[in-house]
Design a protein around this ligand. Sequence first.
Ligand code: CP3
Length: 342
Amino acid sequence: MNDRFLRACRREEVDCTPVWLMRQAGRYMEEYMAIRRRYSFLEMCKIPEVACEVTLQPVEKLGVDAAILFADILLPVEGMGLKLEFAKDEGPVIHNPVRTEKDVENLRIIDPEEDTGYVMAAIALIRRELAGKVPLIGFSGAPFTLASYMIEGGGPRDYKNCKKMMWQAPDLWHRLMKKIAKVVLLYLKAQIKAGAQAVQMFDSWVGALSPEDYREYVLPYSRYVLEGLKEEGVPVIHFANNASSMLELVAEAGGDVIGVDWRIDLDKAWERIGYDRAIQGNLDPMALFAPPKVIREKVKRILERAGNRPGHIFNLGHGIHKETPVENVIALVEAVHELSRR
Ligand code: CP3
C-alpha cells in the first residue's frame, strides 16, 4: 500500500513527497465528462457507484498518492433544511438563504447517516474498490465557508449579507455558527466511521475577513470542529484559502496539516505555522496552463522551500481549473515524485 500521504501527514520520513490535487476529479478530465453527460452533478454525488467511479478516475489517470471522496461541501445543507441547486454555469444556488432569527432557528442539526447516507455508502464502496492502493480523504466545508453560502444563497461575492449578520446581529451569527460547527463535526466523524482515513476542512472563503474578525467570529467554531476530531485519531487537514495574513490564527484553530495557497512562499508559511505541523501546498492552479518545463521548474522551487523536511504534502493552492490540460497534470505529479525522490 502507498502510505506516503498518511506518513507525511504524521511528519514521518517518506520515499518521495506525496501529491494530490484539490478538485482532482472534475470537468478537465474526459472520463469525468463521459459520466457527467449522463447525470446531473447532484445525482453523481448521490449515487454511490457513480461517486466511487469518479473518485477513482484521477487515482488511475494521474498517479496521485491519495483519493478524495467525490462529493460537495454543500451536501449537508439540504438536511439542514435548505433547497440546494447546482445551476448550469452558475455554481451552487440556495433558494431559501438564512437571513433572519427564524431562519436560524429552523435549521436542523443533521443526522449524517440519515441525511447524507449516500456519502457514507460511497466512502465504504470506495475503500473496498481502492483495496489499500492509496488512502481516502473525506472532507467538509469549514463553518465560515458554509455560513457564507447559506447566508448569501450562493457563491459569495461581496459577503454583504454575511457581514451584516456578523456585525448587526452578532448573537444570531454566533447561534448560526454554533449550529453549523455541530453539523460539520458530526458529518466528518461519520465519514471517518465510514472509512475516511484522513479528512480535510475547506475554508475557501475565509480570506474575506480581517484577522481580527476571524479571531472573534470564526476561529472558535473552526477550533470546535478540529478539537472534536482529535479523538478520532486520523490526520486532519485545515485548508484556509487566501489567508496568508492570518496563518498563525489558522494554525491556532487547529489541524495536523495546514493547507496554504500560493500567495505566500511555502518556507515562510511553514515558519509561521510552526514545524510541529505538516504543510500542504502550494502551486498556483493556473500554473498548470504553463508548459511542462515551466511547471517542473515551479515544482522544483516549492520542493526546495520545503527543504526535505518531513511533513510536506504537495498540492495546488486551490482547486484545479476546469479547462486544465490533463497532460500537464500528469506531468506535475511525475515531476513531484521524481524531483523529491529521497
Ligand atoms: O477534490 C475533489 O476532486 C472532490 C470533489 C469536490 C467537489 N467540490 C466537486 C465539485 C470537492 C472537494 C469540492 C469542494 C467544494 N465545493 C468547495 C471547496 C473547495 C474550493 O474549491 O474552494 C467549494 C467552495 C464548493 C462549492 C462548489 N461546488 C462550487 C463553487 C462549484 C461550482 C464550481 C465550478 O467549477 O463550476 C461546485 C460544483 C462542483 N463541485 C463541481 C465538482 C466536480 C462541478 C460540477 C459539474 O460537473 O458541473
